[in-house]
Design a protein around this ligand. Structure first.
Ligand code: CDV
Length: 313
């Protein structure tokens, strides 16, 4: 059996004024718990080091750039990597990445147990909008501050497993999961910052938001016979609530661990990677069952186009 103890380290609210150092201290406290539980890999949320800054409208690029990391590890994050090496724990977390060439990405990294970065993913499905939107109850400006990821959906051999990453909104797109599924993924690490209410529909609250999140993750895990670790940034950030509900999902799509609070919380599960094999060899044996000759529209058409209307009478 290939088993890994996987931790999902949910973070509670991070307010605008909270320093990266204070967040890293909280992350280290969760890593201490993870070490006691014997975790092999600990997954943290999207944009783990700061508040979810895309809710704030900014025009000054210098101000925007204060939310980004120019190096990874940097002085504030180095202790996380030191912890990995000292305790033999791999980690994955999200942050805003500013490249030396001046590109801005919503990024996640994956390390091995020595703290070496072995995988990087840059968020491809960026939700939200570019300009201030007066119709929304609050802003979601990811399309303003980030470029779509340019690295595709990679997978990496790490800790004896095939691991992939995606970020928040990516989890709602079957294409995300299938791209990794086609590379034999056995564990998908993903973090999210999902507001508890829909900024464009006040009737859609936390119950529906959690349902849609779990529906997407459970379907993605099942249809690609992979473990999935989905980790929230939760709680009320400067008055704006983010839903919690971090989960670990098995390759049959069942939730095997779930966070119970809205704050910093570690959940964990001993995951048998070989449990992916049954689904991959039977109902989701892609090589035997997929019919790519009928899937052309998926890569040739972006938006939905219904056939022309005609008179049925
Ligand atoms: N950070 C996100 O990508 N959030 C989106 C919200 C805006 C719907 C999500 O899919 O959860």
């Amino acid at each position: 059996m290939r088993e890994l103890v996987i931790g999902a380290a949910q973070l509670g609210a991070i307010n605008k004024d909270d320093s990266r150092e204070s967040v890293v201290t909280r992350m280290l406290a969760l890593l201490d718990q993870a070490a006691l539980r014997g975790c092999d890999l600990v997954v943290f949320p999207e944009l783990a080091l700061t508040t979810f800054f895309p809710r704030w409208y900014m025009e000054d690029q210098a101000e925007v750039d204060t939310w980004f990391e120019r190096e990874m590890p940097g002085p504030a994050t180095q202790p996380l990597f030191d912890f990995c090496r000292e305790h033999g724990i791999a980690i994955s977390f999200g942050y805003a990445e500013l490249t030396p060439e001046g590109h801005h990405f919503n990024t996640s990294i994956l390390t091995d147990k020595t703290g070496r970065i072995v995988g990087k993913y840059r968020k491809i499905h960026l939700p939200g909008h570019v300009e201030f939107d007066t119709e929304r109850d609050f802003q979601h400006l990811e399309k303003r501050y980030f470029e779509p990821g340019d690295l595709g959906f990679g997978v990496w051999r790490n800790l004896g497993a095939v691991m992939g990453m995606c970020i928040c909104n990516d989890r709602r797109w079957p294409e995300t999961w299938r791209m990794m599924g086609l590379q034999g993924v056995e564990l998908v690490a993903l973090g999210y910052n999902t507001p508890s209410v829909n900024s464009q529909n006040r009737t859609e609250g936390e119950r529906e938001r959690l349902f849609h999140s779990e529906l997407s993750i459970q379907a993605g895990a099942y249809q690609n016979a992979t473990w999935a670790v989905a980790v929230a940034k939760a709680g009320v950030e400067d008055g704006f609530p983010l839903m919690a509900g971090s989960i670990i999902v098995d390759p049959n799509g069942f939730v095997v661990a779930r966070a119970e609070t809205n704050g910093d919380e570690l959940i964990s599960h001993r995951c048998d990677l070989d449990a992916c094999q049954f689904g991959k060899r039977t109902i989701f044996d892609f090589a035997r069952h997929r019919r790519i000759e009928h899937y052309g529209l998926i890569t040739s058409r972006t938006g939905a186009e219904a056939p022309p209307e005609h008179d049925d009478a």
